[in-house]
Ligand binder design. Sequence first.
Ligand code: ATP
Length: 362
Amino acid sequence: MDLQLPATAPISAGLPATVSEYTQVWPQPQPTPVRGRPSIKRIAVLTSGGDAPGMNAAIRSVVRTGVERDWLVFGVNHGYAGLIADDMAILGRRDVGGIIGQGGTMLGSARCEEFRTEEGRRHALDVLAGRSIDALVVVGGNGSQCGANALSEMGFPVVGVASTIDNDLVGSEITIGVDTALNIALEAIDRLKTTASSHHRAFLVEVMGRACGYLALMSAIAGGAEAVAIPEVETDPEEIGEKLRTAYERGKPHALVVVAEGAKYNAEKLAAYFAEHRERLGFDLRTTILGHVQRGGTPTAADRLLATRLGAAATEQLARGEAGVLVGLNKNEIVATPLADVAGKRKPLDMGLVALAEVLEK
Ligand code: ATP
């Protein structure tokens, strides 16, 4: 391995020949902040925010790897709302049997305004103390990890598990639920293309993504769409019309646009624009809004495996006494990122893929 020695290396230390020799001579990188208690006996797990296919597999993994360590694992119902309301029960191995293939979350998920307040979080801490719970695992997306960070900053050991179909979490290149949501969108696109080809019609599919165009962009690329509209890029409906028209002129039997719900011209606005200018543009758009259908699918193998790995990594972090982090995936390796670096940030879309989509859609 090619290792660069620090410029300040004392000559007397000599040049280490191997990695292990090197790490003996030089201090190791600082570990993530140690806030957890190595002597953990009781943990709780909750799912929060929008549900994502694979959350059940994450719960199952947290419970079974926790039980394996002789911990008592509490499942908290309805996210932070259930935590404040002390709505939880002990889960054993059998309680999480048969859920790995089910979408949604057996614990339920909820949004909770009270948890955004310090008073609400103090209440949650009282509940956790009342049950002698040593640490909490939060399975959820951006907002949920902000909540996890807020609780962690109040001194309680929390580990986040990256789970949202938006795939916009800093700290994980892919999050639980994305693969299933993408495959559902793709199935709809493939079916619409079949009917579009038979009738020479133009179709518009709206997928989820209020602030992030990841699902729309990836399903447009994988589905071979002729145009895509996402929140990150200004949409010009005239340009979309031109793309669809030239697709027909080049002999394509179908014309399909994928839009993210948060795009400036979402399905409703784009369809209205095309209806208003139908004569000039030459056609209108048949609209399909996938909405919550995308969340409801049976989790794919990729999501089940990711959720299982991340759930196990969460208990592993706690067992090592390292909390205050989000566990995610980077280059197919499990990584832990401080929650403070995750909270309030949004992973940017790869603009190289936006450019690639433009080349491929022609
Ligand atoms: P998704 O984006 O996949 O729908 P999410 O986790 O981002 O999921 P949100 O609705 O944004 O979903 O957040 C879920 C819950 O997390 C909120 O209802 C609230 O209880 C808590 N939360 C969000 N932001 C904060 C914050 N800044 N401080 C404390 N708690 C927060």
